[in-house]
Structure formats: C-alpha cells, structure tokens
Ligand binder design. Sequence first.
Ligand code: 3PG
Length: 209
Amino acid sequence: MKTTILARKLVPVAVIDDVEHALPLAEALLAADLNVIEITLRTEAAMACIETIKKSMPEMTVGAGTILDQKIIPRLVDYGISFGITPGLNPRVIESAEKKGLLIIPGVITPSEIEQARHYGLDTLKFFPAEAAGGTGMLKALAGPYAHTGIAFIPTGGINLSNLESYISSPCVAAVGGSWFVAAHLLKDKKYTEISQLTKQALTLIQNI
Ligand code: 3PG
C-alpha cells in the first residue's frame, strides 16, 4: 500500500465542504493519472466524501487526514480506507490504527518525535508543518542522524509549485503533500479541469527532477 501512495510522490490534501465535490475531485485527479487522495477530517462532509469515493471508485486509494482522535479509526477501517495521516504524533491514534491493521503516517517535526515514531516501527512520516518548521534546511539537518535508518518523509504545509522541486530533491523525501492543486476555492467554483491541469503540472515537474 505504501508503494501505491508514494508512487507518484504527490499526495493531495483535500478539505471538502460538500459531498457533491467528492467524485468530481477524485475523477479530476484520476484524469491526471493520480490515484491517491487524502481527505481531511475537518469538515462535516469528510466522512461522507470518503464513503462515496470508496464505494464508486475502487481504483482510487483513499486515505483520511487530520485524524485527531482514535475513536474514529474503526469507522474509517469499515469504510475501507488505505491509510491514515495525522498532523502530530499521537500514541493513542497510532496504537489504535495498528490494532486495526491500518497504515498510519504520523506528523513529526523534531528528532524526539521521529524516535517515538521509530519506537512504533513507523518509517514513513509526515513532516508537518514543513515550511514553518524550517523547510528543506530542517529536512537536510534531520537526514544527518536518520537517513541511514531508512526514514522517509512526506513534507506537507506551505508547499506549492515554486518550492516543490527543492522538497522533492531533499534527502529522505518520499513524496510531498499539499493542497495547492486541490484548493478549496477550486472546489467551490467546480474548477475540476483546472484541478486536473494543476495536478498534471506538478506530476510532470516531479517526473523531470
Ligand atoms: C494540511 O494538513 O493542512 C496540509 O499541511 C496542507 O498544507 P497546505 O495547505 O499548505 O498545502
């Protein structure tokens, strides 16, 4: 599963307010040849969006983001999600995900958090909030003591087309996460073609690095 999520090195972080956007958004990503989506649990519609995409589009690898509470995990697993992402490292969420056999990608920023994640046997970690926490300079510094362990980061937070290349080229980066190509305003205006174009643009840039 990890291989599928990281295959194109791009994880769309979607905040969807209205379930009517769910399928067109997933179709727009697929049209750009990206079969992964992280739906953040920040809106009333989020769970319905996950359920809708899972039911109608089996070719899409669906994950849930912003998991702040372990209580939601059994329901997410029932919906058939493939992965969970958290902004921080929450032992209760990690343990509950592990019990349910759900791949969990916790957010980390410090050496202590990385080592805590390693304690749980986790080696693929969200580096969040990437830009605010020191960006590629911080990634390079963290690679010093941890690169040899096989750690893989998914920097997320403040990434866009202008700094995508430097993140992808940084040590230990397996993929980047971002909302710029699936932004809320694009969904609100139903600009699904633009979403496809922005996604293709990002994927092409990544391929050419
Ligand atoms: C998030 O979880 O909100 C991500 O960090 C998205 O960040 P971005 O909107 O800056 O891409």
